[in-house]
Design a protein around this ligand. Sequence first.
Ligand code: 5GP
Ligand code: MN
Ligand code: MN
Length: 325
Amino acid sequence: SYQQALAEASRFIKANDHFLVISHVNPDGDATGSVLAVAHLLRHLGKSFTLVNEGPSPQRFSFLKGFDGIINLAEQPVNHRFRYVIAVDVADEERFGDIGHLFAENVELLNIDHHPTNTRFGQVNVIYPEAASTTEILYDLCCHHFRQALNQDLAEALYTGLLTDTGGFRYSNTTHKVMEMAADLLKFNLEPAKIAQHSLETITMGHVRILKIALDTLTFAYEQQVALMAVSLDAIKQAQAERDDIDGLVGYPSKIAGVKVGVLLKEMKEGEVKVSLRSKDTVNVAEIAQAFGGGGHAKAAGFTYRGTLDEAKKALLAKLEEVFH
Ligand code: 5GP
Ligand code: MN
Ligand code: MN
């Protein structure tokens, strides 16, 4: 059960030391908040830890305490192999990115996640798809096993993951329990307006430049129930857009009235397209993403397609025909 899994996780943390804490590539607020929450917990317990991501973490979360401690492997190599690894908000091993060389041969993984598509790749797995965010699971872990560790920094990291993965308490995963957790965390003197401002309300100049170009690519399919937007490598170059700047673009096609599935196709490099899917209706986009080797949640999912932007779009529309015929 969930409670047993939490107890196992607490034993894993208490029994071991010198942890590597990781999340998924292109981290979001839940990934970043979860990594920092685990860091605050481990610090409280007097454990040593290293926080690593394959690439940079989004600057909009730099207000979180400990953010600068997350190592960007692309800039700073780590010459150590870790026996004990805590992975948070990671659905499958492919989502780690290129960090396998940091694992010792006898590595033991604690896998804490809320994706229904999680492959249970850990020795200890706490997979709870009912949770709105991975930080909700970490909150439960703290409440049941490490209540003393909860302080302002930890609460802020947990709240940020909860806020961002519920789209600012707007998605269907915004449950009674989510609001109770938020209410409890606010007792630690958090500033919800500040957190929302940084996490959700601020867009960069680069975002506006890439948005202007991307809106011109907006197309519709299946009687405007599907809306697609694309960003090519050329567009990214022209807009001088960074990776952070592209986050949130998928919201534009998805929010259009009548649209049931919003799509963003992003050319990552020559011959590789990252596809983001958002469902506004009953369409389960996790199933669609899984058909292409990806995954995610019923209402937000993604996959990587090998081919051109046009090929990715064609393949996706062919798959969506099964739903919208
Ligand atoms: P996004 O479109 O914002 O990158 O991702 C939306 C959701 O789908 C997230 O929950 C993310 O974890 C999941 N997701 C995105 N891309 C992939 C992928 O390639 N594989 C898997 N398993 N999940 C993905
Ligand atoms: Mn995530
Ligand atoms: Mn998440």
